[in-house]
Design a protein around this ligand. Structure first.
Ligand code: ATR
Length: 279
């Protein structure tokens, strides 16, 4: 019998990662034998760890906080998605080193489609301007949205992010949005919550008037961090979804890059969903 395929996720911290569970479930579905490790890797150890895993024959890696941007400089090539995002969540073994890709944006767009949320000509309001937003904007633009307004606690960070994409549909928006140009997109069809504030059981400042009636709130968080925004959305009658679907779909796309197989996501999605609701 051949050795299991060596895969890993690197991050700091790493204990919370659901990637080992997800990829093991994918491998089981596809009848593949994998050894998917969760490796605690501070930023200072990244270059060394990437070299060691390559030498050990690893076929692919995932990267999570805080390594997604830093890993760019240790890739021998980048996919257009990774280049545009300025960050990588997936590394694929190449002949001479790692190829960097970013499947976060495609995972998010796939999840919108699966949930029947139309992106064609949609007006999106994104709250937050960190790495998560940089990772998904390219795919959202490619999906044919009419407008992405990025609102962030630190306006300048939103401005820098939007300028980098150089697409007239993407604009930084001040808070309150009344200071913004009239063509900002108000009221929006979809609000994407992409700040990290949910982890302190809070939500960013929001005004229900920013979203049209029956609009959708898509939170990139899941689990306890999703609760404050879910409560806000439900109070105001908006449809709300957490980021679990995106998590599983970005993993599915990474798994496909490594193995050529596209496993079904429902069994592991349901398992994670049950785990979240039973705790
Ligand atoms: P990620 O890579 O997950 O996007 P990040 O780069 O640390 O993480 O970005 C976190 C985002 O949450 C930022 O948009 C941050 O706003 P600032 O750019 O102003 O820091 C936002 N954020 C964090 N805490 C917040 C809070 N208490 N209120 C509003 N926004 C907050």
């Amino acid at each position: 019998m051949s050795d299991p395929i060596l895969l890993a996720v690197l991050g700091d911290p790493i204990g919370h990662s659901k990637s080992p569970l997800i990829h093991q479930a994918f491998a089981n579905t596809c009848g593949l034998s994998i050894d998917y490790q969760a490796i605690h890797c501070p930023k200072a150890d990244l270059e060394k760890t990437l070299k060691e895993l390559y030498a050990a024959g690893a076929l692919g890696l995932n990267l999570t906080v805080p390594l997604k941007e830093a890993a760019i400089s240790f890739c021998e090539s980048l996919s257009p998605q990774a280049q545009r995002a300025g960050s990588v969540n997936t590394l694929i073994r190449g002949d001479r080193g790692w190829t960097g890709d970013n499947t976060d944006g495609a995972g998010l767009v796939d999840d919108f489609r699966a949930k029947g949320i139309n992106l064609d000509q949609a007006r999106l309001l994104v709250i937050g301007a960190g790495g998560a937003v940089a990772g998904v904007c390219g795919a959202l633009l490619d999906a044919g949205v009419a407008r992405i307004a990025v609102m962030n606690r630190t306006y300048e960070r939103a401005k820098v992010l939007c300028d980098r994409f150089n697409d007239a549909r993407l604009m930084a928006m001040s808070n309150p949005p009344l200071d913004s140009p009239l063509d900002s997109g108000l009221p929006f069809d979809v609000l994407i919550q992409a700040t990290s504030v949910g982890h302190s059981q809070q939500r960013p400042h929001l005004n229900p008037d920013w979203l049209r009636a029956e609009g959708t709130v898509y939170d990139l968080n899941y689990g306890p961090a999703h609760v404050p925004i879910a409560q806000w959305a439900e109070t105001h009658g908006f449809r709300v979804t957490d980021g679990l679907g995106m998590l599983v779909r970005q993993a599915q796309l990474a798994f496909h890059q490594w193995t050529g197989k596209l496993p079904e996501i429902e069994p592991v999605y349901e398992r994670l969903r049950k785990g979240l609701t039973s705790t």
